[in-house]
Design a protein around this ligand. Structure first.
Ligand code: FAD
Ligand code: SF4
Length: 472
């Protein structure tokens, strides 16, 4: 069907909007911005799915959720069945429904996307998962007889949780070690409460624990025990330690007080609940003018967090133009609605401190776009002599992260990539080390929740084959 062909009558192009907190209200609180579909809206949206015989949306989902299947049950009102179908492939649907970049994945492939109104797959996924939670009890899968095999999973982010959930459902004993005092990885310490309430992460982690996974917190593999030592106790290991090592720009003044990495800033807020200080132990200095450097989702999260902490002026400083912003459009719009300013084609060159060592000014240089670089985006080029100073009392550097280096550094025989990532076979997650698999950001570098889960699923399948000799 060509772009100009009118859609068949059956195609309903009225995508249902999801209610959200008004911008002027939400910028003053940490509660979730998007409020979810009410039942009737969800059913109307679900009825828009035309149940394609060859559903392309499924090919756009890294964990191959049977999308038309679960949507069909929402449309007919059979919610228990909708949840069953959804969870047959996705163990974290309430999270994916909220944070997956659906516009680049399943929704980008939906046949209705050609008409500009794809079925709101993510919102329906969220609806089904929240419906189940509202019933007060989750359906538990049957756990088979123990295989007698023991698996260790390192890191409780989406990759580790997926591996742990999949392997316990296949009868293996799973111990999950987490370095921090709370499980969930970036879902807990990175993504802010107003986008992903921590109660939802806890609910999903509790589900995996209730299947019998032994979660051990405050256990840093590579320090508390090495991977080599764990391999003496366990039959196989999975490394899902993520990409938590922040990048800095290496410019003067980065060590001043008030200059944060996005990781530190968000961890103080999310994991340590700094926004509740003094009810929580972790303070954050009151800031009036905040600059966030970077243009990705992490930068949007930091800027919107700063607004909620009461900053009068929050700006995103990005060296390319609006067209090149890597953040999801929805997040950029949310940030703008809330009052975040964007300073495009701007590069920080130095931070200036006061006599007490606190940042009080930032020097920037204007840029212009040149030829495309290796990423296909036009390269930013400095405009010499365009430096200017502006007052700030906090700067947050959100320009990217590298894989966590501790396990690679303390484990012999792990082949490493040139960006500090662990090398693993994409088809199995197998590393160069005997009995060790890996997946998620530690392998790919900073990516997405669903890709980490997809990698976890692939590795769990391969680990099961190794442990049992049986193909899934
Ligand atoms: P992680 O989530 O990083 O989890 C790794 C875990 O391993 C951590 O809990 C860590 O403490 C633990 N660990 C590390 N070293 C050790 C050790 N030696 N011993 C024991 N435990 C260890 N993706 C999206 O899809 N949508 C979004 O909207 C989105 N927003 C984001 C916002 C922010 C602020 C950030 C930082 C990332 C965002 N991402 C988003 C990316 C996404 O969260 C990650 O790609 C994903 O969490 C990677 O999962 P993972 O399991 O590989 O690692
Ligand atoms: Fe439904 Fe769109 Fe998937 Fe077709 S592509 S099955 S319309 S969600």
């Amino acid at each position: 069907m060509s772009e100009s062909t009118p859609p068949p009558k059956k195609m309903n192009l009225n995508r249902e909007e999801m209610p959200k907190q008004p911008a002027e209200v939400r910028r003053g609180n940490f509660k979730e911005v998007a409020l979810g579909y009410p039942l009737e809206t969800a059913r109307r949206e679900a009825s828009r799915c035309i149940q394609c015989k060859k559903p392309l949306c499924v090919t756009g989902c890294p964990v191959e959720v049977p999308i038309p299947g679960f949507i069909k049950h929402i449309a007919s009102g059979d919610m228990p069945q909708a949840v069953r179908v959804l969870k047959s492939k996705n163990c974290l649907p309430a999270i994916c429904g909220r944070v997956c970049p659906q516009e680049e994945q399943c929704e980008a492939k939906c046949i209705l996307e050609k008409k500009g109104a794809p079925v709101a797959i993510g919102r329906l996924e969220r609806f089904a998962a929240d419906w189940e939670a509202a019933q007060g009890k989750m359906e538990m899968p049957e756990i088979p007889k123990s295989t007698g095999k023991k698996v260790v999973v390192v890191g409780s982010g989406p990759a580790g949780i997926t591996v742990a959930g999949d392997l316990i459902k296949l009868g293996h004993a799973v111990t999950l070690y987490e370095a921090l005092h709370e499980p969930g990885g970036v879902l807990t310490y990175g993504i802010p409460e107003f986008r992903l309430p921590k109660a939802i992460v806890k609910r999903e982690v509790d589900y995996v624990r209730s299947l019998g996974v032994n979660l051990v917190l405050n256990f840093v593999v590579g320090m508390t025990k090495t991977l080599e030592e764990l391999l003496e106790e366990f039959d196989a290991a999975f490394i899902g330690t993520g990409a938590g090592l922040p990048w800095f720009m290496d410019i003067p003044g980065e060590n001043l007080n008030g200059v944060y990495s996005a990781n530190e800033y968000l961890t103080r807020m999310n994991l340590m609940r700094g926004f509740l200080y003094p009810r929580s132990d972790t303070p954050i200095k009151k800031q009036t003018r905040v600059a966030v450097v970077g243009g990705g989702n992490v930068a949007m999260d930091c800027a919107r967090t700063a607004l909620r902490l009461g900053a009068a002026e929050v700006r995103i400083v990005y060296r390319r133009s609006r067209q090149e912003l890597p953040a999801r459009l929805e997040e950029v719009e949310n940030a703008e609605e809330e009052g975040v300013h964007f300073e495009f084609l701007t590069l920080p060159t130095r931070y200036v401190g006061d006599a007490d060592g606190w940042i009080h000014e930032m020097e920037c240089l204007k840029m212009q776009l040149g030829e495309p670089d290796a990423s296909g985006r036009r390269r930013p080029v400095k405009i010499e002599g365009s430096e200017y100073l502006s007052p700030v009392d906090a700067a947050v550097c959100a320009i990217g992260n590298s894989p966590n280096p501790l396990i690679p550094r303390t484990t012999a025989g792990l082949e490493m990539g040139k960006h500090g990532n662990i090398v693993a076979d994409p088809a199995t997650g197998k590393t160069s080390k005997d009995r060790v698999w890996a997946g998620g950001d530690i392998v790919t570098g900073a990516a997405t929740v669903i890709l980490a889960m997809g990698a976890g699923r692939v590795a769990a399948r391969a680990m099961h084959e190794y442990l049992s000799g049986e193909k899934i």
